[in-house]
Design a binder for this molecule. Structure first.
Ligand code: HEC
Length: 206
């Protein structure tokens, strides 16, 4: 029994020695036996952080993304909202213009090849479901739309050939009847790339 009390006192002294009395102040961080998620890694807005290479806690928006709550006033310039000039509207002196705008910066052959490649990619993603990969109006959706009395036209016949580049750009941007506009999905440059690719499709269909 004697030893029991002695060891109890020794244990009490040990516990108080290590952990201190309740309410004691320490200069060092307390020993946490059960951390209970008291401390977690997190990033505070506007505060530095060692987690990212640039040392900033706040991140910039991912390149090319558009904030969901953006109204056209803050749409990035590459979508062209509220801007004028041939490049952004397809219009020249009150009518639709023809030719690729200067802003596309097509100096060498490889620039044009790059633009056409991008145009093919975007056409296949956005337009082929209706107009068909070849532009012949035989896309999957067209089979259904044609039955409903709103046919999807081929883009390869003469009337299409003759419509100016600026008009095609305009139809892509604003849409026409049952075809919706792509000005919020496709940056200006991609819309022109599609125009260029469509011309290539038309030329190869001849
Ligand atoms: C949902 C199906 C659908 C998609 C997707 C679609 N179109 Fe159309 N498109 C139509 C229909 C339907 C018309 C006919 C509109 C009319 O004249 O009533 C049309 C018409 C056109 C015309 C002819 C306009 C005219 O006045 O002759 C062009 C050019 C055109 N589309 C290009 C495109 C391009 C480029 C894309 C991809 C960015 C695209 N379309 C995506 C359904 C679609």
């Amino acid at each position: 029994m004697k030893y029991f009390f002695l060891s109890l006192i020794a244990l009490a002294i040990l516990v108080v020695g290590v952990f201190g009395f309740r309410g004691d102040k320490f200069s060092q961080a307390p020993i946490e036996v059960f951390p209970d998620m008291d401390n977690q890694d997190k990033i505070k807005a506007q505060k530095p952080s060692g987690f990212y290479a640039d040392g900033m806690g706040s991140r910039r928006p991912v390149l090319g993304t558009v904030p969901r709550n953006a109204d056209s006033g803050v749409m990035p310039i590459e979508f062209g909202a509220g801007r004028d000039g041939y490049y952004f509207t397809g219009e020249l002196e009150g009518t639709f213009g023809n030719g690729m705008p200067e802003e596309l910066n097509l100096k060498e052959e490889k620039d044009s090849i790059g633009l056409l490649g991008r145009g093919r990619e975007m056409f296949n993603v956005h337009c082929a479901i209706c107009h068909g990969k070849a532009g012949d109006g035989k896309g999957v959706v067209a089979t259904y739309m044609n039955k409903s009395g709103a046919p999807v036209p081929t883009l390869l016949d003469h009337t299409q050939d003759k419509s100016p580049d600026g008009y095609i750009y305009h139809v892509i941007s604003k849409g026409k009847n049952l075809m919706s506009g792509y000005e919020h999905n496709l940056p200006v440059r991609d819309r022109w790339a599609i125009v260029a690719y469509l011309r290539a499709l038309q030329a190869s269909a001849k």
